[in-house]
Design a protein around this ligand. Structure first.
Ligand SMILES: *[C@@H]1O[C@H](CO)[C@@H](O)[C@H](O)[C@H]1NC(C)=O
Ligand SMILES: *[C@@H]1O[C@H](CO)[C@@H](O)[C@H](O)[C@H]1NC(C)=O
Ligand SMILES: *[C@@H]1O[C@H](CO)[C@@H](O)[C@H](O)[C@H]1NC(C)=O
Length: 326
């Protein structure tokens, strides 16, 4: 007898809920209907219930709208959209900090953006510049400017902005503000360019395997092309403007200079760039980090060992030869 009553109430409850869902697409609470609650609901005047839902609807849709401001691309924020290109390898914990932090930071400023993580999945030394070239090629056409962005550098001063770099490259992590690098020609860390400006200089040199210097060469490219580099103004927080989340103990940098790498990479490279980068896009995935969309590009770079033998360290070369991989 009790079971039948409960079943009947259950059906009544589902009917009401279906009705309410049809009226209002967001269910208030996802908890299963208990017998007691069903009793109350079935006893309630349906019309009154509808009225109360209607009256609450406006406040709820406002909540929904403000959530949208925080979590989705909003074309009301202007015509420009930034592709954040993050050269990447083995930095998962840094990425898990970076993406949610930057997403919130940029949303507060109403800067439209999209994350592209370019993961180097081959067995060569890290090539940051080539990964940025690939990110540029593979990022969506609705982004009209790029941020080359280190995954371990985040702005903590809310006055730091990521504007559309209309009048020339905008070096966000300027030498007066970067926690580590202070020489005047430094353009690493975070640098914004329009797609046109990046194309004009043929992107970055692909010759830089191992850590460092590719941004110094890129500085020369920009200068030669007559591009004026801009930097943030009136930031008063100095070297405390950014937080560096890199743990040197855990990840020593690959600073080896091998063969004639030092000589060959200290000159302007007029040959290689975004038009010559050779790679295979192994996989393209869309991931979610705390609900934030992230494009993950898994890439395999190609290295011509006769042109840039330093894409392997002697130790790597020895090991791969022994394993029959070369
Ligand atoms: C609507 O809001 C009123 C007052 O905030 C609240 O008492 C009532 O339970 C709400 N109704 C529903 C169906 O959420
Ligand atoms: C940001 O700029 C405003 C206005 O110039 C200033 O009052 C504020 O102190 C700045 N914030 C920081 C963290 O420097
Ligand atoms: C920056 O500060 C200078 C004075 O130091 C002032 O003349 C200028 O208007 C400020 N610029 C902005 C964008 O606030």
């Amino acid at each position: 007898m009790r079971r039948t009553k409960c079943l009947a109430l259950g059906i009544c409850c589902s009917l009401i809920i279906t009705f309410l869902i049809a009226l209002y697409p967001l269910q208030q609470d996802g908890k299963p209907c208990s017998c007691d609650k069903a009793l109350q609901l079935c006893g309630a005047d349906l019309q009154q219930l509808c009225a109360s839902f209607h009256s609450n609807k406006s406040t709820h849709s406002e909540e929904v709208r403000s959530q949208k401001d925080v979590y989705e691309d909003n074309t009301d924020w202007g015509p420009h959209k930034m592709a954040i290109l993050v050269p990447f390898r083995d930095r998962l914990e840094e990425l898990l900090t970076f993406v949610p932090y930057m997403h919130e930071f940029l949303n507060k400023q109403r800067t439209r953006h999209e994350f592209y993580i370019i993961n180097q999945a081959d067995y060569f030394r890290f090539n940051r510049a080539s990964l940025i070239n690939i990110g540029f090629i593979e990022s969506r056409s609705d982004c009209d400017y790029i941020a080359m962005h280190d995954v371990d550098l985040i702005p903590v001063n809310p006055n730091i902005t990521y504007p559309y770099p209309e009048s020339g490259p905008f070096h966000v992590a300027s030498p007066e503000l970067h926690p580590l690098w202070h020489y005047p020609k430094f353009v690493g860390g975070i640098l914004l360019l329009t797609r046109d400006d990046f194309t004009q200089v043929n992107g970055m040199s692909n010759k830089y395997w191992g850590w460092g210097r590719e941004d110094d060469e890129f500085y020369v490219r920009m200068k030669m092309a007559g591009l004026k580099i801009h930097r943030p103004k009136n930031i008063t927080t100095g070297y405390k403007t950014f937080r560096h989340i890199h743990d040197k103990r855990k990840r020593p940098r690959d600073q080896a200079r091998i063969f004639d790498q030092k000589i060959k990479t200290s000159k302007l490279d007029r040959v290689t760039g975004v038009t010559t980068v050779k790679y295979t896009l192994d996989r393209r995935s869309v991931l979610s980090i705390d609900g934030i969309k992230v494009h993950m590009l898994n890439v395999l770079l190609e290295c011509d060992l006769t042109q840039t033998p330093w894409c392997l360290t002697p130790m790597m070369a020895k090991e791969y030869k022994e394993k029959g991989l070369l």
